[in-house]
Design a protein around this ligand. Structure first.
Ligand SMILES: Cc1ncc(COP(=O)(O)O)c(C=O)c1O
Length: 304
């Protein structure tokens, strides 16, 4: 990681290399943290944060699901995010706000500890990951099931969800794939390790509903709104593994991944093995939206 700019910690901007926590920080031991992943794009009109409000709203919802009372308001956190990006002097970056139970008392109960909040950003260029853009990604249906929301709130973007996601990701990479697809306890498709998933059949798009145990992705929501604005049919429905194999197109969405095409699953070629027509159209529109070139969605961009 290139150490550049400052990191916001509990109200102060500190040099990147000095943003440290104690080894007995509660969250480090018990995953008691919620966080966000946000992008700032270098648009022709300057640097713009994509859907800042929605990300801050989701951070608060994630915290609420874990009864964490964040010590700052939404407005204060939004301002702090903008301040951190400005201080980084980066035109294009990934932004990571994280709220976590800090250092104090180390035992299972988190609440005696105070809730700390940090915001970091680092360089991340538009379309940086090639898998799914230049070529389609090769995915594997994971042997690990997505954690069931009867076990923990999977609609929270919480650190505790990511041990499960990392097991799936590492398994897929070790087996020579680009990414994992996770099924839920009902055997239905939920999502990728860090992306939502969609399939296309006869020019209609389908994606699993939140009740499939997915994270309610902000890129997913953007793609749903873009598709509807472009009069492409899109609906939420439970999806079986077999539906993916025989779909015309499969794609994934996420803040890091943007819109990425999936052209192979479990060594089965999807469609004709090339990024499909609807996927490519959504990739183009999404990039135009992120670049501020699509006036219909300019309200999604917050200038720095
Ligand atoms: C498990 C999971 N699902 C879906 C997503 C996509 O969400 P978003 O589009 O808000 O980045 C992410 C990305 O953070 C994720 O970690």
């Amino acid at each position: 990681m290139k150490e550049q700019g400052k990191i916001w910690m509990n109200g102060k901007l500190v040099p990147f290399k000095d943003a440290k926590v104690h080894v007995l920080t509660h969250a480090l031991h018990y995953s008691t943290a919620v966080f966000e992943g946000i992008r700032c794009y270098n648009t022709p009109k300057g640097s713009m944060i994509f859907r800042l409000q929605e990300h801050v709203d989701r951070l608060f919802k994630s915290a609420k699901m874990y009864s964490m009372k964040l010590p700052y308001s939404k407005n204060e956190i939004s301002k702090a995010i903008i301040e951190t990006v400005k201080a980084s002097k980066l035109k294009e970056c990934y932004i990571r706000p994280i709220a976590y139970y800090g250092y104090g008392v180390l035992g299972l109960t988190p609440t005696p500890n105070k809730i700390d909040l940090a915001i970091a950003c680092w360089e991340w260029k538009l379309g940086e990951s090639s898998a799914g853009k230049i070529r389609g990604a090769r995915c594997k249906v994971s042997s690990w099931l997505r954690i069931d929301s009867r076990s923990q709130p999977m609609q929270a973007k919480a650190a505790s969800n990511y041990a499960n996601a990392a097991l799936a990701r590492v398994e897929a990479l070790k087996d020579g794939y680009d990414e994992a697809i996770m099924l839920n306890y009902n055997g239905k498709v939920s999502e990728g390790s860090a992306e939502n998933i969609f399939l296309v059949n006869n020019d209609k798009i389908f994606t699993p509903p939140p009740s499939a145990g997915i994270l309610n992705g902000i890129t997913r929501d953007s793609v749903i709104k873009i598709a509807r604005a472009d009069e492409i049919s899109i609906s939420e429905t439970n999806i079986d593994r077999e539906d993916l194999y025989v779909a015309d197109e499969v794609f994934m969405t996420g803040t890091a991944a943007e819109v990425k095409s999936v052209t192979e699953i479990d060594n089965i070629t999807i469609g004709d093995g090339k990024p499909g027509k609807i996927t490519r159209k959504l990739q183009n529109t999404f990039l135009n939206v992120a670049m501020g070139k699509d006036k219909r969605f300019s309200k999604w961009l917050t200038p720095i």
